[in-house]
Design a protein around this ligand. Structure first.
Ligand SMILES: NC(=O)c1ccc[n+]([C@@H]2O[C@H](COP(=O)([O-])OP(=O)(O)OC[C@H]3O[C@@H](n4cnc5c(N)ncnc54)[C@H](OP(=O)(O)O)[C@@H]3O)[C@@H](O)[C@H]2O)c1
Length: 278
């Protein structure tokens, strides 16, 4: 039995109701946190379907699995409902029953120059509506089986409005709110909904950041932290703790204080320019 499973049984009884191997679907598994998580889960003996758009990267993730066939690549775009529906049909027919579904796909754009509605729309389409589309195909099936966990990757960037996060931050705040709603509504039906709120993780997404990222950790480290938290029942999985502590304090600051502090910390030049001569 995998160490993780032994731990899980100690902490919360049966992790996957009497079976030794969890069946996992990760959407957003071609790089970064999702890829590291797929490999870590496969290493622990679990079966993973790894989804994202780039099949070449998914194949590479599958090839890095310590057990052949433990990671099955399945390409899809979360903006394409019919692709999601077809993928869900394949996942459930292959697995019979799904234990964990990670909705981890995301897109990150710094908002550096005004408001570009096209960028906002695209980030929202992937980060928020992509999760909504995924939920629409997964929830009815999990309700039907009467079990399973959905884990949505939001971010500490969803705790409060941050400078230059105009396109990205609100999608993550919306996900946190949506997860709270669904956790309440789906619990009586045997389906758990949890939110994953990472701080800064070293992935292709953050590679373009030119600013200092406090408490930055590797994607493999993030995957281990998620894995360790998986058997527990806490609604929120958040890490690293130093970043979370700071952001939780920031979250409860009164608005006047928060806005004053952040106005001082906001990068210069900011998102909006003063017009010439104004
Ligand atoms: N890195 C951080 O510091 C950090 C912090 C907080 C939260 N997060 C969140 O963590 C999640 C994973 O991010 P990451 O840092 O690991 O970045 P990443 O390496 O860029 O991974 C993003 C994943 O999302 C997939 N994806 C993007 N658009 C998609 C689409 N339309 N359909 C299907 N899949 C799509 C990508 O695959 P394809 O491009 O192949 O489709 C990739 O697998 C994201 O939701 C991100 O917002 C990251």
């Amino acid at each position: 039995m995998a160490v993780w499973e032994a731990e899980s049984r100690k902490m919360s009884g049966e992790l996957v109701q009497g079976r030794n191997m969890a069946k996992v679907w990760i959407i957003g598994a071609s790089s970064g946190i999702g890829a590291a998580l797929a490999i870590a889960l496969a290493r622990e003996g679990h079966s993973v379907v790894a989804s994202a758009r780039r099949i070449d990267l998914l194949n590479q993730v599958a090839a890095r699995s310590p057990r052949s066939g433990a990671i099955i690549p399945l390409s899809l775009d979360v903006r394409d409902r019919s692709a999601l529906e077809a993928a869900a049909a394949q996942v459930f027919s292959r697995f019979g029953q799904l234990d964990y579904c990670f909705l981890n796909a995301g897109k990150y754009e710094l908002s550096r120059s005004g408001i570009d509605p096209a960028v906002y729309a695209e980030v929202t389409r992937v980060n928020y509506l992509g999760v909504v589309e995924s939920l629409a195909v997964v929830i009815p099936r999990l309700i039907h089986q009467g079990s399973g966990q959905i884990l949505v990757t939001a971010s500490v960037a969803g705790y409060r409005g941050l400078p230059q996060a105009g396109a990205y931050g609100p999608t993550k705040a919306a996900l946190i709110s949506l997860c709270e709603t669904l956790a309440i509504e789906l619990k009586p039906l045997g389906v758990a909904v949890r939110v994953i709120n990472p701080g800064f993780i070293r992935t292709p997404m953050t590679a373009k950041n030119r600013f200092y990222m406090p408490f930055l950790i590797d994607a493999e480290d993030a995957a281990q932290r998620i894995l360790r938290a998986l058997p527990g029942k806490r609604f929120e999985i958040a890490f690293p703790w130093q970043m979370i502590l700071i952001m939780k304090i920031v979250r409860i600051l009164p608005n006047w204080l928060y806005l004053r502090v952040m106005a001082k910390l906001a990068p210069s030049p900011g998102t909006f320019d003063k017009p010439e001569g104004a």
